[in-house]
Design a protein around this ligand. Structure first.
Ligand code: ADQ
Length: 541
């Protein structure tokens, strides 16, 4: 790394636009109250944006006519940015959110086309709601602002905003995977979606795999778009507009997670969890209850471990925490029943006096409780069938301040390739491989565990959410002009300045991915012998 700092200046404000705001307004008997939204996007963005001024536009879970301004104002006062809500009718929630976004795009983009319900009415309402978000944003933005739209719910907003005359630069980040052309082309509305996406100035993906898939879809389905390959940037020209396409793996607020995990209250809570749960090895799964997260497959792998390694019975315990999600969609109701049946079957087959193999928690945990579980765990088991990134893998590492835990992660999560330096990477469909990985992790020596976790924490700390924001803003067409030497930031007088170290040999948008690629960082690719040697060199024998 060099001593050059990339400074991204935006004269106006950053306007984040996402389907959900980071807060949710829920009705209850005495009125309404503000709650934190769950899910990865809200968690990451809220953490990254906490100390920056700007505006966040999204749905607060309310319908038109609900008088929520005072509550939003109060929630805005607790933050450095202002919240502005877009209200949705019951019909829009059913057909735009549950329908188009979560019964079509979500399963298709996670390579599960057989779960899609291609209802044409969903498409009509998806267009209408995208125009609605575009209109609210157009009313809010000035030409000096930067509009940053998030995720698959809002892929058509750029064209809506351009039609409304918005000239401010616009970026789009896809938090979920992008599928291969063979899968994407099943979508009846593939062309208007690709065309609308190309009205953004920058499009960001979680991994190179997703970015390559997107470009392959353009080449197959939109030949009029001219792709100009480049490393690390790809540029695409269509109808006189130029779009930059890059990879920006999302991170977490590492320092905040690590600091909170070290608090004495969390430590006491985590010791209490370990004391109450019998067994030597605590395995932890934490997920939204979603079929992409591979929860039934994980339970089957755990069952196979207990069948294949009887000596582990009574010694290893799985705590599976799920937060209820999208419960109005039939696929999700079935999933809950499937998971609960499997938990009871495994417990029925193996429970002994003083030991229950699977503890199942079906609720949203507060931050402190979540951190206590992360700290208490010996093994973090993160095995989605497909996932854009998966923040749980990174949160687990950040909270492992004792460097005791082992991370097992799916090769099909963005976090898999990124964390292969110290994690055990598995195919979640291979129950035998996952069972073996659990066994290996359970008997792994203290020294190897520490060396692996140390590397993981180094990567997660370096590639944090602040850096993710900085890299994305830096990819904006206007950003090049303000790359400057360290120290110049204070002269710019800008409201929004993000900075991070810049590698001169690999400038540009794929900086994070490049820095993590196995070729670029061979020291992260350590075999077991190397890990042991590293420990010895550090006097840990
Ligand atoms: P999600 O699919 O929501 O995010 P993920 O990245 O794992 O998935 O984030 C889940 C978040 O919810 C984490 O911050 C976790 O702590 C929290 N959480 C999960 N279960 C919980 C529980 N029971 N109680 C409390 N908190 C819980 C989407 C994409 C991901 C991508 C993120 C961010 O699907 O691939 O990583 O956006 O880009």
């Amino acid at each position: 790394m060099t001593d050059i700092v990339a400074v991204t200046e935006i004269k106006g404000r950053v306007i984040n636009v996402s389907n959900r705001l980071p807060v949710l307004i829920r009705k209850h008997a005495g009125g309404a109250r503000v709650e934190r939204s769950s899910g990865g996007l809200a968690t990451a963005l809220d953490a990254g944006w906490r100390h920056q001024r700007g505006i966040w536009i999204g749905w607060a879970g309310t319908s038109p006519g609900q008088h929520i301004e005072p509550l939003l104002l109060k929630a805005s006062q607790a933050r450095s940015y202002t919240l502005r809500s877009v209200s949705l009718t019951e019909d829009e929630i059913a057909k735009f959110y549950s329908g188009f976004a979560n019964e079509i795009i979500w399963p298709l983009f996670h390579d599960m086309p057989s779960r899609c319900n291609f209802d044409p009415e969903y498409w009509e309402i998806y267009q209408r709601v995208n125009r609605k978000f575009g209109k609210v944003t157009a009313e809010t933005a000035t030409p000096d602002d930067f509009i940053w739209v998030h995720d698959y719910h809002l892929m058509l907003t750029a064209s809506a905003m351009r039609q409304a005359g918005v000239s401010a630069p616009m970026g789009f980040f896809l938090h979920i995977p992008f599928p291969s052309p063979d899968v994407f082309e099943k979508l009846p509305w593939k062309k208007p979606i690709l065309k609308s996406l190309l009205e953004f100035d920058v499009i960001g993906f979680q991994s190179d795999h997703d970015r390559v898939n997107f470009v392959a879809c353009l080449e197959r389905l939109l030949p009029e778009a001219k792709v100009e390959p480049g490393i690390p940037r790809v540029q695409v020209r269509l109808e006189g507009r130029r779009t930059v396409i890059g990879t920006f793996p999302i991170g977490i607020d590492f320092d905040e997670f690590a600091r909170q995990a070290a608090e004495s209250g969390i430590e006491a809570h985590s010791s209490e969890i370990r004391r109450r749960l019998s067994g030597d090895t605590l395995v932890l799964g934490v997920d939204r209850l979603d079929y992409t997260k591979g929860i039934p497959e994980r339970l089957k792998s755990f069952r196979l471990l207990l069948r294949r390694f009887p000596e582990q019975r009574g010694h290893i315990t799985l705590v599976q925490v799920v937060v209820p999600s999208r419960e109005e969609i039939p696929n999700y109701k079935h999933l809950r029943r499937e998971v609960e049946l499997l938990v009871s079957q495994i417990n029925g087959e193996f429970t002994e006096p003083g030991w229950v193999p699977v503890h199942y928690i079906h609720r949203n945990l507060g931050r402190e409780e979540l951190l206590a579980y992360y700290r208490a765990a010996d093994i973090g088991l993160v095995t989605p069938l497909k996932d854009g990134m998966n923040l749980v893998a990174k949160e687990f590492c950040a909270a492992q301040i004792d460097e005791r835990g082992v991370l097992i992660v799916s090769e099909f999560a963005g976090a898999g390739p990124e964390l292969r330096c110290g994690a055990i990477v598995v195919n979640p469909n291979d129950f035998s491989e996952v069972a073996q990985a659990l066994h290996d992790a359970a008997i792994m020596g203290v020294e190897e565990k520490r060396n692996r976790m140390r590397l993981l924490r180094e990567v997660v700390k370096e590639h944090n959410v602040q850096r993710w924001i900085g890299s994305f803003l830096q990819a904006m067409p206007t950003a090049e002009a303000v790359i400057s030497k360290r120290g110049a930031a204070s002269d710019l007088g800008s409201q929004y300045i993000f900075s991070h170290r810049r590698d001169e040999t690999m400038p540009g948008v794929a900086l994070v991915a490049t820095a993590l690629s196995p070729d670029a960082r061979p020291r992260y690719q350590m075999g077991r012998e190397k890990l042991r040697m590293l420990g010895r060199a550090a006097g840990e024998d």
